[in-house]
Design a protein around this ligand. Structure first.
Ligand SMILES: CNc1ncnc2c1ncn2[C@@H]1O[C@H](COP(=O)(O)O)[C@@H](O)[C@H]1O
Length: 351
């Protein structure tokens, strides 16, 4: 790579990137939510939900965790509560990642049962949409992670979701996650479902130390006992646990804009713990978390990392090559991503 040239948006957009930490419902653009809202309103003028473009005005990214979680129940889940709109939103999210130069995507979602929709139907709709997308778009590989909502789910529900993940491995489910409001729930109840997931070859990723409330020594050691392959966020981590993460060389999903805008860290971009972890040996994937809220696509996360931490084109390329080690799909896909990065490295400068 020609490091005399700056890292700019053209570079980070063209860079073949992977996205490993993106929540489906949080990744839906405001425009897409607005379109769904408009159709619902036309079908039923009494539809009692405010226009997403009013509730989430363009440019607004300063969601605290509280306003963030309540927006899903107040807005997103009122709009994507039928299979047609779930499919519409999923397609829109896949197109957005593709358009940003993502070549490998593991989207995650909590399979929600809602009136008239079972968890199975929810998962089937998302997987069918992914399959059709794969058939028409060869450039971006897409997989699914099923997430467990720590704020609301019992161990039995987690077990149900793990069973669904196992049943759907052949259709592209590659892992399981624990997400949801980090100030709620007791993660230790998920021990057995996660042992089952591991025994059945699913990848394990966990939201880890997102807030001080979810960063007690006992919670973090419980989560590490689930033998995760990857950790998301890793914000409020005590030194001893940082050492253990580094010792295990766990892969990290870091969400810079989300953490800064939602004030999950103190200070701004320069204070982000990417600055710490980039000197360790853990593979790092920069991720968006919820691009529908924080409006920073993956290409912009790489641009921010370069701008605030002084990274060159070669640094970003090396990070991306290493991040491929973190994916849950087979070795074939690792090779595919790394191959695309090699081609990019030889061709971008001369393009
Ligand atoms: C700050 N980051 C985060 N921390 C924890 N959980 C999060 C999250 N961002 C999203 N979710 C979880 O994902 C759901 C939306 O996508 P799905 O309906 O599953 O597709 C949210 O309701 C929340 O439970």
């Amino acid at each position: 790579m020609d490091d005399s040239k700056p890292v700019d948006q053209r570079f980070t957009k063209a860079l073949p990137k992977i996205e490993l930490h993106a929540h489906l419902s949080g990744s839906i653009s405001r425009q897409c939510l607005h379109e769904i809202w408009k159709r619902k309103k036309e079908q039923n003028p009494n539809f009692d939900v405010e226009d997403p473009l009013v509730l989430m005005p363009p440019g607004k990214v300063d969601y605290t965790l509280e306003t963030f979680f309540s927006t899903f129940s107040k807005l997103t889940y009122q709009l994507c509560n039928d299979l047609d709109n779930l499919v519409y939103a999923t397609n829109s999210v896949l197109e957005d990642f593709l358009g940003d130069g993502v070549v490998y995507l593991e989207l995650r979602t909590i399979p929600r049962a809602s009136p008239g929709i079972t968890r199975e139907q929810y998962i089937n709709s998302v997987l069918d949409t992914m399959e059709k997308f794969r058939n028409k778009t060869k450039r971006m590989s897409v997989f699914l992670i099923l997430a467990i909502d720590r704020g609301s789910m019992t161990a039995a529900e987690a077990d149900e979701i793990v069973n669904l993940a196992i049943e759907n491995k052949s259709r592209g489910v590659v892992g399981v996650d624990i997400c949801g409001n980090p100030t709620k729930g007791d993660v230790s109840i998920y021990k057995e479902p996660f042992a089952k997931a591991k025994a059945n070859g699913l990848g394990i990723t966990l939201h880890f130390a997102e807030t001080t409330a979810s960063a007690s020594a006992s919670e973090l050691s419980t989560l590490l006992s689930f033998q995760p392959d990857r950790l998301g966020h890793v914000i409020h981590v005590p030194d001893a646990i940082k050492k253990e993460i580094a010792r295990r060389k766990l892969s990290l999903e870091l969400c810079i804009s989300c953490n800064v805008h939602a004030k999950m860290i103190n200070g701004g971009f320069l204070n982000h713990h990417f600055g710490y972890w980039r000197h360790e040996h853990c593979p790092i994937a920069l991720c968006t978390d919820d691009v529908g809220f924080f409006c920073s696509p993956v290409s912009n996360e790489y641009l921010l990392a370069a701008q605030h931490f002084g990274l060159s084109r070669t640094d970003l390329l090396d990070m991306c090559i290493k991040s491929a080690e973190a994916i849950f799909a087979s070795e074939y896909y690792k090779g595919r991503i790394q191959g695309m990065l090699e081609v990019f490295a030889t061709r971008f400068d001369s393009a």
